[in-house]
Design a protein around this ligand. Structure first.
Ligand SMILES: [Zn+2]
Length: 93
């Protein structure tokens, strides 16, 4: 079982991830290599989550404008709602 293996490695002073022997008095449960790997994974996960959030924001309606506001703006400019949305998209806002 995963827990037994973890406990055993922990008791033996080995990296709980790869089982590599750790230096005496090492203060981490995992070796440098595994900790580095974990850090990279975490960073990548965060970057992915950020990218997803960013994509979600872009997919959402224009921030700050309600549908009513958009149609009113379109009316004021004498263009259609669709044209206004295209215009806003084009300006990169
Ligand atoms: Zn390791």
């Amino acid at each position: 079982m995963a827990t037994n293996y973890y406990q055993r490695y922990l008791a033996e002073g080995r990296c709980t991830k790869c089982g590599g022997y750790l230096p005496e008095g090492y203060r981490y449960k995992e070796c440098d290599c595994c900790r580095e790997h974990k850090k990279v994974l975490r960073k990548r996960k965060k970057a992915e989550a950020d990218a997803r959030k960013e994509a979600g924001k872009k997919a959402a309606k224009k921030p700050g404008y309600t549908l009513d506001e958009l149609s009113r703006m379109a009316r004021e400019r004498g263009i259609s709602y669709g044209q206004l949305v295209c215009e806003l998209d084009g300006s990169g806002s």
